[in-house]
Ligand binder design. Structure first.
Ligand code: ADP
Length: 402
């Protein structure tokens, strides 16, 4: 049998046969191949491409890499991950914690205590069933677009990770999946043993509709297609070994929300809103929808709650006063679970693929995300018996560390 080292040599040789159409040379010579590793016949290849490279071209290169490597004797499996240089450098600076391990025996079995039964499918759909190996499923929703839902979802996920939880993010925002941009990750998920493998970025396991879409091409997905994709993302992706799976929902109340609630039991939902009247009105609708779907609304997150002038500490309430949200929350019989200030670093971090909780973890706005994560973990604890009893473990994996 061939050893991994000699297989690696053959893999690199095969990659030298894949052309980079932009340069008219092979992808090894043009430095698109960042890393090749072979372990027990599993070839893992990291490619580096700029975020603005044409998607079709990227997909064609990835396909050619699969084709070139799959046929090599001794290769059992091929994993290809494409990243931006920026994301790679972030990892090199040690900002990425240890890779998320594969399926773990400590992960909860299906039907474990972490997940409650949800609404049954109905309409010929299979009944809702928990995701194997996932502690809690938390939906981050909003009544309307542009209130910072995706920003909250990704920073909340990173904040939970800072609290030592294993976290995944699933982006099913059919109108504008933004997770790849927010985390500076490009790539196409690999498939292994008929399971889709989430992409790993900044220690999170992530999956996004954005990985499947052509850039800049408006996609209008209608009911059954949305439902099918969401089901596949929940059922066919290997999410095992997570404490929390955060779902970045599309705004509003539509097919996606229904599909989610009918596919898996959702442990809790957060509704993100700005303090403006209009956003609040839509948030109330979102809240009502979750109640109808039998999903527990954990609370409202007020985003862009206030702007604090860094030099003077003076506060401005650009979208309205957060007290208005608190009043509305009371009327809707829920609470405000977190308040995130308006901060240019949040916007910049989102644009540059470097969320603020990673870029500046000590800043007040990151602290607000960490406080929100603590509230989420307290409301939806993971661990023995769903962590309902006192002294529950911090995370499914925490006992390994103690
Ligand atoms: P949604 O998912 O609700 O459509 P996004 O998360 O994409 O909203 O955010 C919309 C825009 O607002 C983005 O440019 C994002 O960087 C910015 N943004 C979100 N939250 C904040 C905040 N707290 N401070 C400053 N900018 C923010």
């Amino acid at each position: 049998m061939k050893d991994d080292f000699s297989i690696k040599g053959e893999v690199i040789g095969a990659l030298e046969g894949v052309e980079d159409p932009q340069a008219g040379d092979n992808i090894v010579n043009t430095h698109l191949v960042e890393q090749v590793e072979v372990k027990q016949g599993v070839a893992e290849i990291i490619l580096v491409m700029s975020a603005d490279r044409d998607r079709k071209e990227r997909f064609a290169i990835e396909d050619a890499v699969y084709d070139a490597v799959e046929g090599i004797g001794g290769v059992r499996e091929v994993k290809v991950q494409t990243m931006t240089r920026q994301a790679l450098e972030r990892e090199a600076r040690g900002e990425k914690p240890a890779p998320v391990p594969g399926p773990s025996p400590s992960a909860k079995p299906p039907g474990g205590p972490g997940q409650k039964p949800g609404p049954s499918g109905g309409g010929g759909m299979p009944p809702s069933a928990p995701i194997e190996g996932v502690g809690r499923v938390i939906a981050v929703a909003s009544g309307k677009g542009g209130v910072g839902k995706s920003t909250v979802a990704v920073n909340l996920a990173l904040a939970l990770q800072k609290l030592d939880y294993r976290v995944g993010v699933l982006d099913i925002d059919i109108y504008g999946p933004s997770l790849p941009t927010l985390l500076g990750v490009a790539g196409r998920p690999a498939v292994s043993n008929r399971r889709i493998l989430p992409i790993e970025a900044s220690g999170l396991r992530i999956m996004s509709l954005g990985f499947l879409m052509e850039e800049d091409s408006p996609v209008i997905w209608r009911g059954p297609i949305v439902t099918g994709i969401i089901r596949q993302f929940l059922r066919d992706v290997d999410w095992s070994g997570l404490d929390y799976l955060i779902i970045d929902m599309p705004p509003g109340t539509g097919d996606a929300q229904l599909a989610l609630a009918q596919t898996v039991p959702v442990d809790g939902a957060l509704v993100v809103t700005t303090p403006s009247d209009l956003a609040l009105l839509d948030a109330a609708r979102g809240l009502q929808m979750f109640k109808t779907l039998n999903v527990e609304v954990m609370g409202i997150v007020t985003n862009m709650a206030r702007f604090v002038v860094p030099s003077s500490g003076e506060e401005f309430f650009i979208f309205g006063k957060p007290e208005e949200v608190a009043k509305e929350a009371k009327r809707l019989e829920t609470t405000v679970l977190g308040e995130i200030p308006l901060d240019t670093e949040v916007r910049r971090g989102g644009d540059e693929g470097q969320p603020v909780v990673l870029a500046d973890p000590e800043s007040p706005v990151s602290q607000a995300f960490i406080d929100l994560a603590k509230s989420v973990a307290a409301a939806q604890p993971v661990g023995a018996e769903g962590g309902q009893e006192e002294g529950a473990k911090k995370g499914l994996f925490s006992f390994l560390k103690s």
